[in-house]
Design a protein around this ligand. Sequence first.
Ligand SMILES: [Zn+2]
Length: 499
Amino acid sequence: MSDLIVPPAHERGADYSRTLRLAAANAAHDEIALKSRLEGSVVRVSADPTAPAALITLQVLVANLRRLPVQLHLDPRGGDKEIPSRWLSDLEQLAAGIDPERPLVVTSRVGDGVHVHVGTSSTTALASGVADGHGTRIRPRGTGFSTLAAAGTGLGGVLTASLLTAEVFKVVVGVLPNRRGDLRPIDFCPVTLDAPQREVALLGTLHDTTLVGCGAIGTAIALILRELTADGTLTVVDPQIFETPNVTTYSLGDLDDAASQVRKVDLIERELRTMDVSPHEGFARDYIDAIENGQFTMPQIVLGALDSIEARHDIAAIHAQHVLDGSTGGPAGTMLSLSEATWAGPCLRCYFPARTSEAPTTDELLAQRTGLSLARISRGQDPLTPQELDELGQLSEKDRAILETQVGKAVCGLGKALGLVGQADDFNPSAAFVAQQAAALVVGSLIRGGLGAQARSVQYDALFGPRDEMTMARSPQPDCRCQTQRSLHEQVRSYRGAQ
Ligand SMILES: [Zn+2]
């Protein structure tokens, strides 16, 4: 869930502040410089209309790229066939709903800019991608595709689009070399947590399932469920209305929805036409009250899509059998994870223990790391001088090399240059392509059937991509409430009518 942010009156169109904040956390430029850099960047999209899940992949890719203030071009003849005109008008409309002042330009003119391709036929695109079953295959220019294992699904399409967006983001933002992985072949399925396979498990009919949080991750989960034509019942819980800043960071909803102040739960109900959705406007705590009042039955599966530790503890307090929690964050906002939890442990408290009040701020971390005094750091706009750098005796060679690039620049940027973000900071950058990958892991776990014999967590950075060592088996923390108060929690579950 996002904080309430009222867009400034002069900003009538799209609000790119959160995405620019995430970009600035990963680049050597501030948000103002990045906005001009992005406005000067051309991104060109082409597609093979016959590629598996081509339409949904294109839709999500175009929408994701429109959530950056770049010049967005779509080449209707850049693939194995011409893109059908009804697809083009649909894509133009989608982009206009996000930012009417920056229309999608349909053109076959080849010029400079970053080129990405949906499908396998391009020899010129920087990166190409295609859905393979629930997974994706991404290839850099000059690297061929292996034979696809299965027909692409909506999950595979959304994941493909989010990974292609990440490749564009790295280039147009100018992400720092230490904050990004190289473009490389990726073969990844969020269901198998391995390469795409020939057998594609189906998403079963949902029941006794609740989505808590209709923000960046919640709308991405709903988008994937919509594109999988999910059926069954789903309860959705969120207290907020949809607002302008959400248009550029969420996966569903446009400026019209923000203008009409639609409730986030209603937005998701509207999009999930093939499901029976029960909206509940409120926080997780209110939902627990509603279960205890008999308004809702106790869920078996909770899909967690909230952004604070405190809110996750409220999800833990539901004491559901399966909690599949998606999260994004980390020092630069690009880490994403799935945490598989259960009331008996590991619960979400095991994964996200309460913060201690002694957690250091960025300034304190910077002082410890560099030896600069807190008083000096507080004069944030004063540039770092060569003399100051010379006098820092405790610096590692690597940190000194980083700080040498910062001489003459404002000291307030040093924390970012060193990758430091204190826990006490209010830092809430967000981008749809990161949230979509967290959502893909959540839905992948749902398709696997929730927790297997062993709860697992999956974590990677969207600017590095899925990697081999991203999956970990998780056990309960011995001192967590789920272990020390187990019989109490069992009574609570039985009071709430858990099966
Ligand atoms: Zn626990």
